[in-house]
Design a protein. Structure first.
Length: 210
């Protein structure tokens, strides 16, 4: 590295942003720190982070399929209301058309709540899949490690070294990163040092052949 001149990218100091709130949503931990899945649309996870821009913070919500580690849904806004999360879920649902029973894993922050006071679990279970217990929340970043890992990669590889004039510019750059680097090219040790799209396509090919 000294001879060639490249420099490593170092992540910034981690800051805790998840708080349980005054009325935490009760939900079982169906993931139990097992961020693997035997097939697509078996386990999903998601979370929210923010990106700094000259216009203020851009809040980004994501949905990840734990089988191929692929980003299948995302959304950005200038707020953290429920619509931000449902927009990301709507994108994931449109892309994957998941079967009944898919588990969606999130942490137990104050964000995943409906403005009407209904619980986030009721939104997912009652509206999306009608599957009791298909949402799981815990107030601990380590219990949502897959989502945190993606945010670390996103910020370390892209956002922390970019100055965005607007939220729209930030989201355009993030979407480009997801679609042209993270999903099709970024290697993951947990899936045999392959990119998410390759793992997903290999599974689909295997199912068609079977």
């Amino acid at each position: 590295m000294q001879a060639a001149g490249p420099q490593g990218r170092h992540p910034r100091a981690w800051k805790k942003t998840t708080t349980a709130g005054q009325h935490p949503v009760p939900a079982p931990d169906l993931i139990a720190r097992s961020f693997t899945a035997a097939k697509p649309n078996d386990k999903w996870c998601g979370d929210i982070t923010y990106i700094k821009t000259w216009d203020g913070r851009a809040y980004v919500a994501t949905v990840i399929d734990l089988h191929p580690r692929a980003l299948i849904g995302w959304a950005a806004a200038d707020h953290m209301r429920t619509s931000l999360i449902t927009d990301a879920l709507d994108m994931a649902i449109a892309h994957r058309h998941p079967p009944k029973g898919v588990v969606f894993h999130s942490d137990r922050g104050t964000t995943p709540r409906m403005s009407s006071g209904k619980s986030w679990q009721a939104l997912i279970c009652g509206v999306r899949w009608d599957e009791p217990g298909s949402a799981t929340t815990q107030c601990d970043g380590g219990i949502n490690a897959m989502a945190e890992s993606f945010f670390a990669a996103l910020k370390n590889e892209l956002c922390n070294r970019t100055v965005y004039p607007t939220r729209a510019a930030a989201m355009k750059d993030i979407a480009r990163y997801i679609e042209t680097r993270y999903n099709p090219r970024r290697l993951h040790s947990a899936i045999g040092y392959r990119p998410p799209n390759e793992v997903h396509n290999a599974y689909r090919t295997q199912q068609v052949a079977a």
